[in-house]
Design a protein around this ligand. Structure first.
Ligand SMILES: Cc1cc2nc3c(=O)[nH]c(=O)nc-3n(C[C@H](O)[C@H](O)[C@H](O)COP(=O)(O)O)c2cc1C
Length: 265
């Protein structure tokens, strides 16, 4: 089906909203017509319709928006989440994790390309096995790839201190996946994982970016051992990773950052 027709009061709000994006909506005799081949399913037309008349087959109607928090409450929400490096023994429940990951779907993506799915590695024993594979892979690759030499330091430290340093002893790891042919996989994975990281504290969970792991795992030239370990489908690639668990640390204060720097012209 190429077109979807809607009978409506023709206020034109959806036509205007779609204009700068796709011009996929046009007025008809008694309503509007959506060209579904042009449409990128962003849902702006559904969200903007003042009469709740827009029914879009690619963008089902969602609840009305609630009042936004105050700027002060929003600032607190955005500044509160910290990287968690101590986790309780038990992990998040699968129900909690599903609720958490669900939020990742709402991050903005270029041309509404979306396309991120998640693999949840659940259990310290599995993360420990992945840690061992990470170290082995990194040490094997290092002689030929000086660009990953910095990983030697953390591997050495982990051995010396007998502390889990790659995943910080987290019980769970969220791995963002995308198809190997996805046009913007890394940005989409990072934004989705950022939504997840920001939402986590509201569920009593903490997260930390798995930057060491990502240093190998998001690069296809290094990542084959991880694809095998994780039993990924042939077309899927790792595009980001975040440790998750119940924090065993409490942060009481906000922290400072570098001062704001803005140039005006
Ligand atoms: C892309 C990225 C990768 C990171 N990788 C790691 C990591 O591998 N291990 C770790 O302990 N922290 C990691 N971090 C956490 C940073 O060290 C942390 O964000 C920074 O020190 C600021 O602290 P905060 O997140 O608590 O505000 C990473 C952060 C980002 C954004």
């Amino acid at each position: 089906m190429k077109f979807h027709d809607i009978t409506c009061s023709q206020c034109g709000a959806c036509v205007r909203e779609c204009g700068p994006l796709r011009e996929a909506i046009s007025l008809t005799d008694n309503g509007v017509r959506i060209d579904l081949e042009l449409c990128m399913a962003c849902g702006h037309c559904v969200a903007v319709c003042p009469n709740d008349e827009m029914e879009h087959p690619l963008s089902p109607r969602q609840p009305l928006m609630d009042k936004l928090p105050t700027p002060e409450a929003a600032a607190m929400f955005l500044r509160s989440p910290r990287s968690v490096r101590f986790y309780k023994q038990e992990g998040a429940s699968r129900e909690q994790l599903m609720r958490l990951l669900d939020m990742g779907r709402y991050a903005q993506t270029g041309v509404n390309s979306q396309g991120i799915s998640y693999l949840a590695l659940d259990g310290r024993d599995k993360l420990e096995a992945l840690n061992a594979l990470f170290c082995e892979t990194a040490l094997n690759l290092m002689p030929e790839h000086p660009e990953i030499a910095r990983l030697a330091e953390v591997i050495e430290l982990q051995k010396e201190r007998k502390e889990e340093r790659i995943f910080r002893g987290a019980p769970q790891l969220i791995i963002a996946l995308a198809d190997k042919d996805h046009p913007r996989p890394r940005e989409n994975a990072q934004f989705s994982l950022t939504f997840i990281a920001l939402f986590a504290p509201t569920l009593g969970l903490g997260t930390c970016w798995a930057g060491y792991f990502e240093a190998l795992a998001i690069h296809d030239r290094f990542a084959a051992p991880f694809w095998k370990f994780l039993d990924l489908a042939d077309n899927m690639r790792i595009r980001g990773a975040l440790m998750v668990g119940i924090p065993d640390v409490e942060f009481r204060r906000l922290v400072a950052r570098e001062p704001l720097r803005v140039d005006w012209r």
